[in-house]
Design a binder for this molecule. Sequence first.
Ligand code: UDP
Ligand code: MG
Length: 334
Amino acid sequence: MDNKSGKPVLAIIVPCYNEQEVLPETAKELSGALQQLISEQIIDERSILLFVDDGSSDNTWSLIEKLHTENPSVFSGIKLSGNRGHQNALLCGLLAVKDHAALSFDAAISIDADLQDDIGVIGKMIEKYRTGCEIVYGVRSNRKTDSFFKRSTAQSFYRFMRFLGVDIVYNHADFRLMGRNALEALAEYSEVNLFLRGIIPLLGFKTGIEYYTRAERPAGTSKYPLGKMLQFALEGITSFSVKPLRLITLLGVLLFAVSVAMIVYFFVRYFSGYTISGWASIACSLWGIGGLILLSIGIVGEYIGKIYLEAKRRPRYHVERFLFMQERNNYEQH
Ligand code: UDP
Ligand code: MG
């Protein structure tokens, strides 16, 4: 049942991986914002904050437990059995909210634990939701707080994705509101290689955008080092586009055309009396083409690897503990 006209029951979902430095501050800020929205009659008073601990090795979970004990009606928690990555932790939170039988949530907002996203926008997101948007994207109006390197790599990633024909929202990370209908639709996507930013635009529905400026991380360090970032980008590309495979085919056709031209050229030279000289050109093409073949096999291999992982249908996460005030019913593992 949609409750767009009334006060929606909201869950704010926060994935946390080794966030002990910033979590107390985040909990304070977010619960403050939640209380404010409740007192302004924008959201229902049953709205909650849900922390998903993505297998942290520091004190993150004990902090969440403490928050829940102090104020169970506001703070809920889910502990995953191990580190499954940001996207899986997020998905776990979203699906848990959708499946929560005792409280029928109307909408969920996902936000990072590090307070980089502007929590002042949450109210505006709800506003958009109430006027009929099922999904509201939080979009960064600029990237001033990023390092030059992160800014340029991120921007070229978005451009490249667009070039490959993948519909992703420019400068939108995972700060977004999703209504119940969108969550139900999301649950039907069972892929193991999860790239939520690519899936959400596929859901359809009426969407809206809220712009905000992204702040710097107040404490702790980024949990996305370069290696993880590259892996994430590759995930996004290979999960949503087969264009690289087509480019390989195109390259093959192109190289074949070049070789035909070369054969014709050498024949002409042979019959016009020149001896065939130039081992350099042969050596260069040998290395060049050899390299391209290996690269192509690598790209094809990436896709085969994807199929391999998808074919196994392994669960995307396991839940170790639930801390919900209301009893959870019918919660399944996804
Ligand atoms: N995160 C997670 N699991 C991971 C890595 C990160 O749940 O394996 C969470 C992290 O706690 C944070 C969010 O994902 O809430 C975004 O991470 P971070 O702020 O480090 O990324 P950045 O903003 O630097 O891209
Ligand atoms: Mg961050």
